[in-house]
Design a protein around this ligand. Sequence first.
Ligand code: SF4
Length: 263
Amino acid sequence: MKTPKTPQTDDLQPSKKRIFIGLLGLSFALIMLLILIGGWIATIGLNHLHPSLTLIAQVIAGLAFIFLTGIISALIFSILLEKDLPFTQRIRGLGIKLFLPLMEILGPRLGISKERVRNSFIEINNRLLISGNRHLIPPERLLMLLPHCLQRADCQRRITTSIDNCQQCGKCDIDALIKLAKAYKIRIAVATGGTLARKIVRDHKPKIIVAVACERDLTSGIHDTFPLPVYGILNQRPEGPCWNTRVDVSEVEKALQVFLKRV
Ligand code: SF4
């Protein structure tokens, strides 16, 4: 199968890379500093107990330094080269669990809004997922997860209970996304928040999620569901956040084509 041009692969803006790599480097430096200070304090105390304990503490600090340096270097090379390197997916996990929360704290202090930090993280996460995507996913194991705000605010259909309740009137993008899900034979669901999203994921047991949401919800979704991969697509908010939002359906389709077997 000819691999289609991947969404966001050709437009990963250098500024997003710079933001991510810059904050990653800074978070790394901060962690190293904490290890250094902690190790130094521990050394003073341990020396009083037994001199060999000091050596053990120094060895542990040295190993932590080598381990984290290796991880960070691999992650940065993987982002710069846009190639899958060994352990890229595990490294993605470390980036999500350890560095992202730190980056969200550091970013605003350097004049980079949380939204921009999250935006760059989502794109890097997507890049790493695509580069590590060696096995195509059967359609029934791909879940398209949508936010409730895509539904027209004046629509009375209860699509969170079941998306089949949508009449497909065409007034919002839910209609086009249902058509897409049917065409590609994938699962599709709408969530009102994290709790329902987690229940949907538990019920469907997907191998991968293509999720549409805002920066905040995508970031927390990627974080909460790890190691389950989540490919994030940002919604558009022409009427403000959480209200009659839209999505570029062609971008969703391109993501499906990247991960699915030929259907
Ligand atoms: S397509 Fe129509 S029926 Fe379906 S959710 Fe949107 S507004 Fe409601």
